[in-house]
Design a protein. Structure first.
Length: 264
């Protein structure tokens, strides 16, 4: 249960220590992502969920500071369009998942159709309760197709959210983020907490487990995410290397055969 987890956890680290560790891990992630892209055997899908101000945008900036953005996309999911609503709720999601070698970050995701629709009574329970299994099956399909799935719930306290919302009002550069809706959603905190508890318990599978990231400290949040990415990609390193070596052998043979046909 989320109420039993400390959103202010930082493992006894200082910010300077965490930043140094993140930088070291980031270099490893950069190399691993390059290998993944070159081998084109797997893809990486990162799902970021959390209440308003939990730090999804900041987490994305942290990740993008280390990866090659040419092979990485960020996809956001807002209220479905009429066209999207005319299809099943996963229709708009599937086309945004990464292909082999690619990496995609979801800023919010298909889980909104288990959260917002439930909290705001947009669809009846008889519909959204089926989506737990449907999402698990969808993520199993992605995993069976070679997609590495990392799902992060950015966990902040209600007091921390209040401080961040108020801070936006004092910062002119953040004024574009101001919204009455954020404060209105805050009134539904308990309902969202209940919905997230169900999501975290019912949609955490072997192929796609949820990771609850303490996010009151932004620097610890970013370290925890980078550590999880490195840990998830590292086991594939040898397979990617072996695959690239085999490709190299074939390509060299093709070059030798080509040069043998050339005069002079």
């Amino acid at each position: 249960m989320l109420k039993d987890l400390n959103p202010g956890e930082h493992a006894g680290l200082l910010k300077e220590e965490a930043d140094a560790m993140r930088a070291e891990l980031g270099k490893k992630v950069e190399d691993l992502q390059e290998l993944m892209f070159a081998a084109s055997m797997n893809s990486l899908l990162i799902v970021l969920q959390g209440i308003d101000t939990s730090g999804k945008d900041g987490s994305i900036r942290s990740i993008l500071s280390f990866v090659n953005v040419q092979s990485c996309r960020v996809e956001s999911f807002k209220q479905p369009t009429p066209l999207e609503s005319s299809h099943d709720f996963l229709w708009r999601i599937h086309s945004k998942t990464p292909g082999n070698g690619g990496m995609t970050i979801f800023n919010r995701s298909h889980y909104e159709d288990l959260l917002v629709v439930r909290v705001h009574d947009i669809v009846p329970k008889s519909i959204w309760k089926k989506r737990f299994d449907q999402i698990n099956q969808f993520e199993d399909l992605l995993s069976d197709s070679g997609t590495i799935i990392l799902k992060f719930f950015l966990h902040i306290s209600k007091d921390e959210q209040k401080e961040r919302l108020l801070a936006r009002e004092e910062n002119a550069d953040k004024s574009w983020k101001l919204s009455v809706g954020d404060w209105q959603e805050r009134e539904l905190w308990k309902k969202y907490e209940e919905a997230y508890n169900d999501v975290l318990s019912k949609c955490s599978t072997e192929a796609a487990p949820w990771r609850v990231v303490p996010a009151n400290h932004k620097w610890f949040r970013d370290l925890a995410i980078m550590e999880a990415i490195e840990h998830a990609l590292k086991p594939y390193k040898d397979d990617w290397h072996d695959h690239l070596k085999k490709i190299g052998v074939v390509r060299k043979k093709e070059l030798e055969e080509f040069r043998a046909t050339q005069k002079g």
